[in-house]
Design a protein around this ligand. Structure first.
Ligand code: GLN
Length: 492
């Protein structure tokens, strides 16, 4: 098998090859490590490599497989977003503040994926503290999009998305607070799923906005995401917001049967913010699902236009509380030679946090301050409820809600850096889904001038299966998910 065959193989194919001992996990791991070493300088997608540990884990997986044991993920390499705590392995969250932080324990997601037999290759670059939509706020520098090196990969899981699209790993983890799995998945032409809030434990994931954060899989197909989601999910005694719900075998449930599936198309998602060419691609993808038996139904999510304002009060408010622990005493960077306690706090935080993080802390602290709490934070919580009710009402008549994942294809680096509000608009179609706690997925829907477009599918709470299955059907009937950037090993 050639390198590019391996790099194009699905997780199920890799599992078949591993189980038949046609390839070893050690070989696979070396192939991916080789890709990263050769191509990462051009992308800046990976910031820490764990080569030695990866090869040790791969050999262990090979022994398991030789005994005829293991499961679909045994011996499969992956990369983690650098927001997941990894014991003894630097975990930066894209920030100078945590530049040399080595966690004492693994995040539950990391533990679960290890227990499933995966091999951790390293850690991916990301927007600082997961705040951003372009992966330009990282202390470790911007990530480039392998489809066009002048363009952003999206954010905040931009390193993960770029790494996967470039063939650095067959699976990567991401987190999504307002769109950070779906928007970069869309901009990099891959499949990414934000699970229902509570489906996946948040223990050991560096907190941004605790009522919105969820971790999820990013991969080349819905089926690969399904394998990974099964391994990541489940109640965790260490996270009281994780849900006590049975975890289905998500991959086994994929049959591609969508006859009679009712797909709601929100009028509000096809507004003037949407690039007309993206609209065309999304309509083409929806007509593929219609041909396969789904029914398209116009719906309204009437409070959609409040989502950005609501999110940008709640997320910064929660972030300002979560980030209070980085004070140079308890966690994080400490300034040199402080003159007194106030100087220590002030300089440690000013030096450790970048501009966007400081902006969010200021906004959040203001919204939570005693004089403004009712006017901003409380009001935002009330509107959040109204937005969630829009979805609940819509789901009385439909099974899935579909639309674009992002209003545009990837934009040029630097294009929105001076205008935070233009950047916030990138998540106009994704963040209401977090406010409502629902599962959402982005799947490739073709290219515009060589740049990927993503179709978003939103499901009912804890019904990841239905959106995965619709995406699976789309991927049976089209080849958009098999398109690769003209980069590295995929170069023609
Ligand atoms: N882009 C959004 C923000 O900057 C969402 C980020 C995320 O989902 N982590 O907050």
């Amino acid at each position: 098998m050639s390198d590019s065959d391996v790099l194009n193989a699905s997780v199920s194919e890799l599992h078949r090859l591993l189980a038949a001992r046609a390839i070893s996990s050690e070989e696979l791991t070396n192939t991916y490590l080789g890709q990263i070493e050769a191509e990462n300088d051009a992308l800046n997608a990976v910031i820490t490599l764990c080569s030695e540990q990866a090869l040790t884990d791969a050999r262990e997986a090979d022994q398991t497989l030789s005994r005829g044991e293991g499961n679909p993920l045994t011996g499969i390499p992956l990369l983690h977003k650098d927001i997941f705590c990894t014991q003894g392995v630097r975990t930066t969250c894209g920030s100078h503040m945590l530049e040399s932080f080595e966690p004492a324990y693994d995040a539950t997601v990391v533990t679960k994926l290890k227990a499933a037999g995966t091999v951790t290759l390293g850690k991916c670059n990301m927007d600082e503290f997961a705040m951003g939509s372009s992966n330009e706020t990282s202390y470790f520098g911007a990530v480039k999009n392998p489809w066009d090196l002048n363009c952003v990969p999206g954010g905040s899981s931009g390193g993960s998305a770029a790494a996967l699209a470039a063939g650095f790993a067959p699976l990567v983890t991401g987190t999504d607070t307002g769109g950070s799995i779906r928007q970069p998945a869309s901009l990099c032409g891959i499949t990414g799923l934000k699970p229902t809030y509570g489906r996946v434990s948040r223990l050991g994931i560096i907190a941004f906005a605790s009522s919105l954060d969820q971790a999820g899989p990013m991969a080349r197909s819905a089926e690969d995401c399904a394998h990974m989601l099964t391994a990541m999910s489940g109640i965790d005694a260490g996270d009281s917001t994780s849900a006590d719900r049975a975890v289905p075998d998500f991959a086994a449930a994929l049959n591609g049967e969508i006859e009679g599936l009712r797909i709601g198309i929100p009028r509000e998602y096809f507004n003037e913010a949407l690039n007309p060419e993206v609209r065309e691609r999304i309509m083409a993808a929806l007509s593929v699902l219609e041909k396969a038996g789904a029914r398209l139904i116009d719906i309204d999510l009437p409070h959609t236009h409040y989502a950005i304002a609501t999110y940008y009060v709640i997320a910064p408010a929660e972030a300002s509380a979560n980030l209070a622990r980085y004070d140079g005493v308890r966690f994080g960077h400490r300034c040199d030679a402080p003159t007194d306690l106030e100087d220590l706090y002030l300089r440690s935080r000013s030096e450790g946090f970048g501009e966007e993080v400081q902006r969010r802390i200021l906004v959040g602290t203001y919204a939570l301050s005693s004089g403004f709490y009712d006017a901003y934070f409380n009001k935002a919580q009330q509107v959040r409820r109204i937005i969630a009710e829009d979805f609940h009402r819509a789901f009385e008549a439909v099974d899935v809600i579909a639309g674009p994942s992002a209003p545009n294809v990837a934009f040029q680096r630097g294009a929105k850096q001076q205008d935070p509000v233009a950047m916030y608009m990138e998540d106009v179609y994704t963040l209401a889904v977090n406010l409502a706690g629902l599962p959402g997925l982005s799947a490739p829907a073709g290219l515009i001038n060589g740049m990927p477009v993503g179709l978003q599918l939103v499901g009912k709470a804890f019904d990841e299966t239905t959106i995965l299955n619709a995406a699976h059907r789309l991927q049976q009937d089209t080849d958009w998910h098999t398109l690769r950037p003209n980069f590295g090993a995929f170069q023609s």
